[in-house]
Design a binder for this molecule. Structure first.
Ligand code: AMP
Ligand code: GLY
Length: 421
């Protein structure tokens, strides 16, 4: 059986890697893929990103189904286009993807369906936004309405920087732009990802990302500098509440609003000291780098899981997870996240072992050499019996990898480790 994974990052490498292990999978196409997916014996990169061309390719190759990694193709309506062409695909429609592509849509939706989230107001006028900010006081959070690759959110600790954020967001926009201003929430973040087939919900293992560039959660926001699974903050009680208060009402609410959700649904949570979860954001896809540790722990046959997902029978699936912790450290390019530098040759990537896999992201093959071609370059992912041991194993593997200007955090997993004291 041939399958297609759309995307080029570490998330897609991890999905393709797990799919390629299914005994019934002959070949995993990855469009467009990276140097890692290009080098795998059971994977093949396809240099195509256009929806119509992908449909043609899928028809020609007799590809069984398609899984979409990133939000951009989802926002462009790839799922609608494939369905119109009567091809199997797992992901949300363009309309359903608004849960991620429009902060205003997501906030209005949560308000309408009484899903716990930060109090907010949406503005189309900078002066009104600033007046509201002055009235509410800092700290306060300012969010651009559309997709912004992690750059559309400013957590402002004082009024001046909140006002400046409003100005910069409105000045960068086309007419009709919106800004969401919301209450600052405190607590610990976790990523809660489920699969939805239109009717049934299948939760994946929990995880926690590290969004800031530097150790101790300092520095600018990034796409994510590392992740581990499971996330100890999501206790069985918190898990039950997230399902009951956030995930189930979201899936039912989307159906009730006439926009049934299919695909991966990712709730970014803030969990306060008493264990009350609130939704910071929705994504309509898996997380990157969260997917890397989640796939490292998945023991079930992923092909079978996707078959049920596209057939609407996820209720028949019971996922099996490796009980160990998986921990992924992202190695990023020099200059990431503002201005990543491309082209540095990468050496020393260790071969996969049963307890350590290097998923590639921003990499490209040039004259047979793997070089840096994106901000986040590698996701070094290790499995071990404890967070500490998984961390040690991942950093040991990093020790053998080299590229000029490489930057990575030294403390991935620190929140989980602090809990043990
Ligand atoms: P988002 O893209 O909405 O998840 O925001 C990016 C990051 O900004 C989140 O991962 C949080 O760290 C932070 N953030 C977003 N909204 C809030 C909020 N209401 N209170 C505190 N931090 C927030
Ligand atoms: N790692 C955060 C995200 O994928 O949105």
């Amino acid at each position: 059986m041939k399958v297609l994974v759309v995307g080029a990052g570490g998330r897609e490498h991890a999905l393709a890697w797990r799919l390629a292990q299914s005994p019934r999978v002959q070949l995993v196409y990855v469009a467009p893929g990276n140097a890692g997916t290009g080098a795998h014996p059971n994977m093949q990169n396809v240099p195509v990103t256009d929806n119509a061309a992908l449909i043609e390719f899928v028809r020609k190759e007799g590809i069984h189904f398609t899984v979409v990694g990133p939000e951009i193709p989802l926002a462009s309506g790839i799922v609608d286009a494939f369905r119109e062409a009567e091809l199997k695909i797992f992901g949300p429609t363009k309309d359903a993807a608004q849960l991620e592509t429009s902060k205003d849509f997501a906030k209005q939706f949560m308000q309408r369906h009484a899903i716990p989230t930060a109090k907010f107001q949406t503005f189309t006028d900078p002066l009104a936004a600033k007046a509201y900010i002055t009235q509410k006081g800092a700290p306060i959070v300012v969010k651009a309405d559309g997709l912004a690759a992690g750059k559309g959110v400013v957590v402002a600790s004082d009024l001046d920087s909140a006002h400046a954020a409003v100005d910069s967001m409105f000045s960068g926009f086309a007419k009709g732009a919106r800004v969401v201003v919301e209450e600052f929430l405190t607590g610990e973040e976790a990523s809660f990802i489920v699969m939805v087939d239109g009717h049934h919900i299948l939760p994946l293992a929990t995880s926690q990302d590290h969004k800031r560039l530097s150790d101790g959660d300092a520095g600018p926001n990034t796409g994510g500098m590392g992740a581990y699974s499971p996330a100890p903050i999501v206790t069985p009680e918190v898990h039950a509440r997230v399902m009951r208060e956030i995930i189930v009402p979201t899936v039912h609410g989307m159906a009730a609003d006439g926009i049934p959700f299919t695909g991966f649904l990712y709730a970014g949570l803030m969990i306060d000291a008493s264990g009350n979860p609130k939704t910071l954001e929705f994504n309509c896809r898996m997380g990157d780098p969260e997917t890397q540790p989640i796939m490292a722990r998945l023991k079930s046959d992923l092909l079978q899981v996707f078959e049920h997902a596209v057939a609407g029978s996820l209720d028949a699936v019971e996922l099996e997870w490796d009980r160990r912790t998986a921990l992924c450290v992202v190695m990023a390019a020099k200059g990431y996240p503002d201005a990543p530098e491309m082209g540095a040759p990468i050496s020393g990537i260790p071969s996969d072992t049963p307890d350590c896999v290097v998923f590639q992201a921003g990499t490209r093959l040039v004259n047979g050499k793997t070089v840096v071609s994106g901000g986040r370059v590698l996701g070094v992912t290790a499995l071990a019996d404890s967070v500490r041991m998984a961390q040690r194993r991942a950093y040991e593997a990093i020790g053998s990898i080299h590229f000029d200007g490489a930057q990575w955090r030294r403390d991935i997993g620190w929140r989980a480790l602090n809990k043990r004291h």
